[in-house]
Design a protein around this ligand. Structure first.
Ligand SMILES: NC(=O)C1=CN([C@@H]2O[C@H](COP(=O)(O)OP(=O)(O)OC[C@H]3O[C@@H](n4cnc5c(N)ncnc54)[C@H](OP(=O)(O)O)[C@@H]3O)[C@@H](O)[C@H]2O)[C@H](O)CC1
Ligand SMILES: [K+]
Length: 497
């Protein structure tokens, strides 16, 4: 896992690296600019591309000047630079790069407070106005310039952070930030990239290594950790010879109602495809024909058999499509000591009967999306605040709270907040959450501790969707296709051929 650090901690890492290695600050800027240029050249390989670089006068602006020079050295001959001289300060590295730029034929236009901005004829804009040094919302000339660039609709590639977007903390409205198509960020993605409020400011982000001291960064105190493929490889237990269905646990899915049987089937199918040795569905009897037809591998349990099931299963997933039945079923579930996943209608029941939250067994996994989360724990104005509440609740109640979104935040009982990087907008459709519940239940049934089950389940769920997009350029993926893709995604990650 990679530690996600704040803008202030990035400055610490910057200082530490400069003090403890032979690298000077200006060389670090050159590394960063070169790393930016490498990705930029992949995005815009045509060297005739007309590029406008907009620089401030701090270190983000210094990067911009170095990028202009490096592109010109690589035969990008149509590069121009704007400098926003709206403040009185100039960083040393900006000044040094300004001196280097004067030795090139690159045209430079400087703008002072109150100046009008001309049209932008270039094909692409590089945003190096302000970076992680942002310490207040944009206003005045800065805001005018950002809005001028936004209004052109030209693609923007931002250096480190789009101008106006704080690296962490509560985010400002998106009309006050530069809207970048790509952000090439240094050393670590910034925390705000994972919040939905940054969607208009960032379409894609890339992260480049600029040579900051990794060991130092990993020791910095931070609640936020980004899940990586290597975590999945470490957690996943390979299937050994001579194992059998009993080795991989028995999962019970409590789901479905007359009009929402599909949710139950999806959860059961995902459980099956995620490797549970046995899967039993507790669904209304009228769903039996559909279950037997679609999922002959899954067993059925009726109301009479339910009391005998609690001791026979290894994990329980409750909620998808459960409707009003949630109210009486949750009572039975909370009397077991089985690891469990609580989703959808079971969460709605909990939000209407909050005293039941206190009865949940320790380390139960709750999987709310934003609306379910706010119904459970109160309305929130920003994702930053919502994530802080998730952390407080997970610690206070010793629960695992999985706050679903494109980037899911996993709040653990020890106070850590994990960020899942996989998943994509093609997956934004009904049934996706039911699939996740089935997957998590399957991993719990196989004996993974809740902490490992959520990492595996979340990462694989998104990775299966990402794989489908990569393989076939699909713009929409139905939940069923994600289910079918789970075994191969797991195989590709953990059993490379
Ligand atoms: N360690 C690294 O990751 C490296 C980062 N690099 C690049 O450096 C920037 C950060 O540079 P910094 O000089 O700290 O800050 P900025 O360039 O982002 O901002 C410059 C100054 O602008 C002022 N400021 C802040 N907010 C506003 C605002 N809303 N309106 C106007 N002005 C604002 C502030 O100065 P004050 O005196 O006004 O407080 C900023 O200091 C990072 O993003 C990378 O691009 C290095 O190149 C490599 C190492
Ligand atoms: K920027």
């Amino acid at each position: 896992m990679k530690t996600i650090i704040t803008a202030a901690q990035t400055r610490e890492a910057d200082r530490y690296t400069i003090e403890t290695t032979p690298i000077a600050s200006i060389d670090l800027m050159e590394h960063a600019s070169l790393a930016f240029v490498t990705i930029f050249m992949q995005l815009y390989p045509d060297k005739n591309t007309h590029v406008l670089i907009c620089s401030g006068t701090g270190n983000n602006g210094g990067d911009g000047l170095a990028i202009a020079r490096l592109l010109q050295e690589r035969s990008y001959d149509a590069v121009a630079v704007w400098i926003a001289r709206f403040g009185s300060n100039e960083s040393d590295e900006f000044a040094a790069n300004m001196a280097r730029l004067y030795n090139t034929p690159i045209p430079i236009t400087e703008f002072f407070p109150g100046d009008e901005f001309p049209p932008i004829p270039q094909r692409v804009v590089v945003d190096a106005l302000l970076g992680s040094g942002l310490n207040k919302p944009l206003q005045g000339d800065w805001l005018r310039m950002v809005q001028h660039i936004n209004q052109t609709g030209k693609p923007v590639v931002a250096v480190d952070v789009p101008t106006g977007l704080p690296a962490d903390g509560v985010l400002s409205p998106s009309e006050h930030t530069l809207q970048a198509h790509h952000v090439i960020s240094f050393q670590r993605p910034k925390l705000s990239f994972f919040f939905p409020e940054s969607a208009k400011s960032i379409r894609h982000f890339h992260v480049v290594d600029i040579g900051l001291d990794e060991a130092f960064i990993e020791k910095l105190p931070s609640d936020f950790k980004l899940i990586e493929p290597s975590d999945i490889q470490q957690i996943y237990r390979h299937r050994e010879p001579f194992t059998h269905k009993g080795t991989y646990g028995h999962a019970l899915i409590i789901a479905g109602d007359i009009q929402t049987m599909g949710a139950a089937l999806l959860a059961c199918e995902a459980c099956l495809y995620s490797g549970a040795g046995l899967t039993t569905a507790f669904i209304p009897e009228m769903g039996l024909a559909a279950l037997n037809t679609r999922l002959p591998e899954v067993m059925y349990c009726g109301v009479d058999e339910l009391p005998g099931m609690w001791n026979r299963v290894d994990a329980i997933g409750i909620g998808p499509g459960l409707g009003q039945r949630a109210s009486w079923l949750i009572d039975g579930v909370t009397h077991t000591d089985k690891p469990m996943v609580i989703d959808a209608d079971a969460l709605t029941f909990l939000s209407q009967n909050r005293e039941w939250l206190d009865r949940l067994p320790k380390y139960s996994i709750l999987t709310p999306h934003m609306k379910e989360f706010d119904r459970l724990f109160g309305a929130h104005k920003s994702w930053w605040d919502r994530v802080q509440t998730a952390k407080e609740q997970a610690v206070a109640r010793q629960l695992v709270i999985l706050l679903k979104n494109q980037y899911t935040f996993i709040a653990l009982p020890d106070g850590n907040l994990l960020i899942n990087p996989t998943g994509n907008p093609a997956m934004a459709s009904g049934g996706m959450g039911d699939v996740l519940t089935g997957m998590l239940t399957a991993f719990l049934a196989q004996g993974y501790p809740p902490h490992d089950a959520v990492i595996l389940g979340c990462y694989l769920h998104g990775a299966a969707g990402d794989q489908l997009v990569a393989d076939s350029n699909k713009v929409v993926i139905p939940a069923r296709q994600v289910v079918q893709a789970i075994p191969a995604t797991l195989g590709n990650l953990c059993h490379p051929r």
